[in-house]
Design a protein around this ligand. Structure first.
Ligand SMILES: Cc1cc2nc3c(=O)[nH]c(=O)nc-3n(C[C@H](O)[C@H](O)[C@H](O)COP(=O)(O)OP(=O)(O)OC[C@H]3O[C@@H](n4cnc5c(N)ncnc54)[C@H](O)[C@@H]3O)c2cc1C
Length: 373
């Protein structure tokens, strides 16, 4: 059998697009190397706590993207509350509200490499710009809500997904594309890939072997889970997101219990995840540096007030392919491989939702309450 389209990967945009094509009665297959959906947005379970965000996430501003999430997927989203810049000024460790005048100014100063006339003018302008930049938003219940909605849709439309299938060989022929794992092959008229696609070494375009360059952007990430000592019961994290300065070992930190249901963790538990500078490796020194940095800003309780502290390290890589690489693949395949540009979730949804007429019709007319309850 030749499938109309095969998608590689189960990131949210891929699943929404594949669902739309399935609703158009096309023969669609999704191949996924892991055993679950979600890609970069999947939840993880650590130390018996389920549904934790696997990384620091944002929905960058895009009106159409926000609209699709809220109106069609019925995902309540909100501006990130309590977002701060962590800055050390004359030995004082300050959390400065990101939407404040000072936060805005400090953030801009830090982006400049030098104090040129142009930069001084820009800074001067920003003194009057109290609106700050467009604010990012996030689902009230985190990425789990996105996953929950995707699961409901794919179950209801019977989307064909083959898990544990790693595409390790791709051959583009004039009539079809063959995708193979170590022991299985599928053929399709069109192959859909995206930013998160990890290209195999073996790719053949019309009898010619081509090696796709893979760029590596490491984004190590550290979850810290702790229990608060009874003597320090009053400690409650008062932040949602904190962005650190260039000189810190941390890029940003999120508080994660905000996305959990109260039944999923005890009141004495705290969980934070930090995205770290790209060169850092998992060792005791790195962990201590991160702990020290978080303690300085009171983002976790001091050591003496923590009963247990455990760590979960991930050597995350940001997508290996850039727009240009995806375009080259499309051109070399003479259009048999089509990329979806998924690098940013909210703008990707915003761009592609115009094509998802059948999916929108389905979501509008399937009894929403039955579908999403
Ligand atoms: C840690 C992390 C945090 C991020 N945070 C944000 C954020 O906050 N906001 C934002 O807008 N974007 C974020 N991104 C960018 C993210 O890449 C996009 O949001 C989006 O998830 C990309 O979708 P995708 O489907 O292309 O890739 P992914 O979501 O990465 O999914 C790719 C999927 O394809 C599968 N796969 C890959 N290669 C193969 C193969 N050869 N065979 C079979 N299966 C394969 C993988 O297992 C994976 O499930 C983040 C990325 C990472 C890695």
């Amino acid at each position: 059998m030749i499938w109309d389209q095969i998608y590689i990967g189960t990131g949210p945009i891929m699943l929404l697009d594949a669902s739309n094509e399935t609703l158009k009665k096309k023969k669609i297959l999704v191949l996924e190397k892991s055993k679950d959906i979600g890609g970069a947005w999947k939840s993880i379970n650590i130390n018996g706590i389920n549904n934790l965000e696997n990384a620091v996430h944002y929905l960058l501003p895009n009106k159409d993207g926000y609209n699709f999430l809220e109106k069609y997927l019925k995902i309540p989203i909100k501006e990130t509350p309590n977002k701060y810049y962590a800055r050390s000024i004359y030995g004082l460790h300050l959390l400065i509200k990101s939407n404040s005048w000072l936060g805005n100014l400090l953030n801009k100063i830090e982006r400049f490499d030098c104090l040129s006339i142009k930069n001084i003018f820009y800074l001067f302008q920003s003194l009057f710009d109290l609106s700050t930049k467009a604010k990012s938003k996030y689902p009230c219940q985190g990425s789990r809500k996105i996953l929950e909605r995707l699961r409901t849709i794919i179950e209801n439309i019977n989307l064909n997904i083959k898990y544990n299938f790693e595409a390790s060989k791709i051959e583009v022929h004039s009539e079809f594309v063959r995708v193979s794992s170590s022991n299985l092959s599928y053929e399709c008229k069109k192959l859909i890939i995206s930013h998160g696609f990890v290209p195999p070494d073996k790719i053949k375009f019309f009898d010619k072997h081509i090696k796709i360059p893979k760029k590596k952007f490491p984004r190590p990430s550290l979850h810290i889970i702790y229990k608060i000592n009874d003597k320090y019961k009053s400690f409650k994290p008062k932040f949602s997101q904190v962005l650190f300065s260039k000189s810190s070992c941390i890029k940003y930190t999120h508080e994660l219990t905000q996305f959990l249901k109260s039944s999923e963790y005890t009141h004495e538990t705290g969980v934070v995840v930090s995205a770290l500078k790209h060169h850092l490796e998992d060792n005791i020194n790195t962990r201590l540096r991160v702990i020290e940095e978080l303690e300085k800003y009171n983002l976790i309780p001091p050591t003496k007030y923590r009963k247990e502290t455990s760590f979960f390290w991930q050597d995350i890589l940001l997508p290996l392919l850039e727009n240009e690489d995806l375009q080259n693949i499309e051109n070399s395949s003479k259009g048999s491989i089509k990329p979806l540009y998924t690098e940013e979730l909210c703008s990707g949804i915003g761009n592609y939702q115009v094509n998802w007429k059948d999916l929108k019709f389905f979501l509008k007319h399937a009894k929403q309450n039955d579908l999403f309850n």
